[in-house]
Design a protein around this ligand. Structure first.
Ligand SMILES: C[S@@+](CC[C@H](N)C(=O)[O-])C[C@H]1O[C@@H](n2cnc3c(N)ncnc32)[C@H](O)[C@@H]1O
Length: 293
């Protein structure tokens, strides 16, 4: 790969997905884009760059998708799901007792293990949530991972990562060598393609946002911009959950960390945006038809 081609791809990826590649990631580009180049009948990265410059929307999204890292697994890192069960849901059950509805957003849900881990966690507290409307929205930049998430079908290897045998048997059905999460779990999760670099104010305000292991790949300016917009999309008494290697500290005051609760944040009340008029996402919610528990 020539240095100008590498620089072109670096800038292209930063602009289209936020991915911020350091100067020495040639191997990463080659390992992910050479297979796509071959599949598209191109003779290497040079021709791929020429085709990108020609600007076909389909090819642009294929290149962006090929460069995404979709690693995920059920109940990943455990701690965020402890926060969900021990802090987030007990607080929301009290705070939303009148309206009996909760909106949760997995902002980079990948192949579904994260939103379905939340759905299973909710199902485990079924009695407390009887009669409540709970909406889980899973979004991702990649259409491919969203399709897999919608289908909810996983290999033996994937279900062995993070799921106990009890949860597997309770919430999945085996078909041949694959496991599909049950229809009632799938009905709890709605899917939508969304690039976090773009405006997401139309989604309305959420009580809980899981945005884990995605901003880690972004540069500082984009992280700050997204955190500030996530703060406007979080209810004032709502929660943000980040990945184990991510933090807002030192980047923005829009969220405040919980002490003793790693990765858990709440919008900064001192900065509650005057223009915070996102509402309940009613238009979106109607279309999504939140699941009744
Ligand atoms: C490493 S996975 C994390 C999945 C899950 N949140 C977890 O922690 O297990 C990162 C996901 O972010 C998605 N992604 C990358 N750039 C994105 C962007 N600009 N907007 C939305 N999603 C993006 C990728 O497609 C990928 O599925």
């Amino acid at each position: 790969m020539t240095p100008p081609d590498y620089e072109y791809l670096r800038k292209f990826l930063k602009d289209h997905s936020g991915l911020d590649l350091s100067a020495e990631k040639h191997y990463l580009i080659e390992s992910r884009l050479l297979p796509l180049a071959r599949k598209s009948g191109l003779d290497g990265i040079g021709e791929l760059v020429q085709k990108l410059k020609a600007g076909s929307a389909l090819f642009i999204s294929q290149v962006v998708e090929a460069m995404t890292t979709n690693e995920t697994f059920f109940f990943r890192d455990k701690v965020p799901f402890d926060h969900f069960r021990e802090v987030i849901m007990p607080e929301l059950l009290q705070a939303r007792a009148n309206r009996k509805s909760i909106r949760i957003w997995c902002a980079a849900g990948s192949t579904g293990q994260e939103p379905y881990s939340l759905a299973m966690s909710l199902k485990e507290m079924n009695a407390a949530l009887s009669g409540w409307r709970v909406e889980i929205l899973a979004t991702d930049l990649s259409q491919d991972v969203l399709e897999k998430s919608k289908a909810g079908i996983y290999s033996q290897f994937e279900v062995q990562r993070g799921l106990s045998i009890q949860m597997l048997v309770k919430y999945f059905k085996q078909t041949g060598e694959l496991w599909q999460i049950n229809a009632d779990m799938r009905a709890m999760v709605h899917h939508r393609q969304l690039n976090l670099l773009h405006d997401f104010s139309q989604l309305g305000a959420f009580d809980v946002i899981f945005c884990r292991n995605v901003l880690i790949y972004f540069d500082q300016d984009r992280k700050v911009n997204i955190f500030n917009r996530l703060a406007r999309a979080t209810e004032p008494d709502g929660f943000l959950v980040l990945g184990a290697a991510e933090t807002v500290v030192g980047l923005t005051d829009a969220f405040r960390p919980f002490s003793e609760r790693r990765g858990l944040y709440r919008p900064n009340p001192l900065l509650a945006a005057p223009g915070k008029t996102l509402g309940s996402g009613a238009a979106f919610t109607k279309a999504a038809a939140a699941a009744e528990l």
